[in-house]
Design a protein around this ligand. Structure first.
Ligand code: VL7
Length: 138
């Protein structure tokens, strides 16, 4: 029996969303707006079939998928890229791989107590070891 992600979830915390948006190439003005949004996730799960809606006052994003079935995702209204996307179970976690222009792209959902967690990944995000070297001057 896998985890039940069904329900409506409210954002309570958000770490380094700015870093993710920069990695995605989102422009400054859009980042400023996006950074203050409090998205709601509405998740409908039927066995291995999912619809995940991310709802905000600015934009909405919906994706639907079946576990293990790769599909073409267009992240319309987000970074507007095409990905070959597949989501699989890893024990009680939903692990998504978004193959495309951005390396290492994907996300993971899991629950802890009554909280839904989401990690968004892209090249070097959330890798804390990757820092831009500061040039020496003079
Ligand atoms: C990712 C998008 C920032 C553009 C607008 C912000 C609008 C959301 O991948 C996501 O969810 C997965 C897992 O639940 C399922 O689709 C949502 C949202 C962050 C990255 C790009 C900023 C512009 C906020 C509609």
């Amino acid at each position: 029996m896998s985890v039940d992600f069904n329900g409506t979830w409210d954002l309570v915390r958000n770490d380094n969303f700015e870093g993710y948006m920069i990695a995605m190439g989102i422009d400054f003005a859009t980042r400023k707006i996006a950074s203050v949004l409090k998205p709601q996730k509405v998740i409908e799960q039927n066995g291995d079939s999912f619809t995940i809606k991310t709802l905000t006052t600015f934009r909405n994003y919906t994706c639907s998928f079946n576990i293990g079935e790769e599909y073409e995702e267009v992240t319309k209204g987000l970074d507007n890229r095409k990905c070959q996307t597949v989501v699989n179970w890893d024990n009680n976690r939903l692990v998504c791989v978004q193959r495309g222009e951005k390396k290492n792209r994907g996300w993971t959902h899991w629950t802890e107590g009554d909280e839904l967690h989401l990690e968004l990944r892209s090249r070097n995000i959330p890798d804390p070891d990757h820092v831009t070297p500061v040039p020496k001057w003079p």
